[in-house]
Structure formats: C-alpha cells, structure tokens
Design a protein around this ligand. Structure first.
Ligand code: FES
Length: 104
C-alpha cells in the first residue's frame, strides 16, 4: 500500500500581507515559490539569508536544520525560532513571519 501524504497549511505574514497556502507534507517551503512572493530567495544554498523567517508556531513540523543552515544561523547569531526557507521541509501546519516589506 502506498503512503498517503496529507496537505499541510503554511500561514505567512509579512508587513501587512497575510497568506495561507496548502503544501504537500514533506515538501520544502520553496515548493510555494510560484504561489507567493512573500518569501524571497536568492542563493537557495543557505548562503545569503534573504529567505530568513521567524517561526510563530509549528516549529516541530519543520525538518531539522541542515548542516549548512545550522552553520549560517549560528554565524548570524539567529535564535532557535529563525530558519531559512530554502532549507526547510514542512511536515505539519506552520505559521511564519518574514521581516521587511516585500517590495523593499
Ligand atoms: S535563498 Fe539564500 S539563504 Fe535561502
């Protein structure tokens, strides 16, 4: 019997904008790239930090940081509620906030 993967809800806030998207459990946040412009990407390799976000709820539903991500977060003195969208896979509902205006 094949595994049935559920959809999860990703709630995103950035400045005055709020969006809710569904995503197949286990996929990376980058799978939402065509659905939202609230999360921006550049390097996609845990190098630039433009995709940094803050977890509001659901931290337990994100994949643990990769070594590259952990190295970046440590170097930037981020706290445990900050993650890089280009490195995270999502296994359950999450609520996240991104600093700054999407047009900046
Ligand atoms: S896109 Fe550069 S760190 Fe995520």
């Amino acid at each position: 019997m094949s595994e049935v993967r559920k959809d999860v809800v990703v709630d995103i806030e950035r400045a005055a904008a709020k969006e809710k998207h569904s995503l197949r459990a286990g996929l990376g946040l980058m799978a939402l790239q065509r659905k939202t412009e609230l999360i921006e990407y550049d390097c996609k390799e845990a190098d630039c930090g433009i995709c940094l976000f803050r977890i509001i709820s659901g931290a337990e539903n994100l994949s643990p940081p990769t070594k590259r991500e952990a190295d970046f977060l440590r170097a930037m003195r981020c706290d445990e509620n900050e993650r890089l969208a280009c490195q995270c896979r999502v296994f359950g509902d999450v609520q996240i906030r991104i600093e700054g205006d999407p047009d900046d």
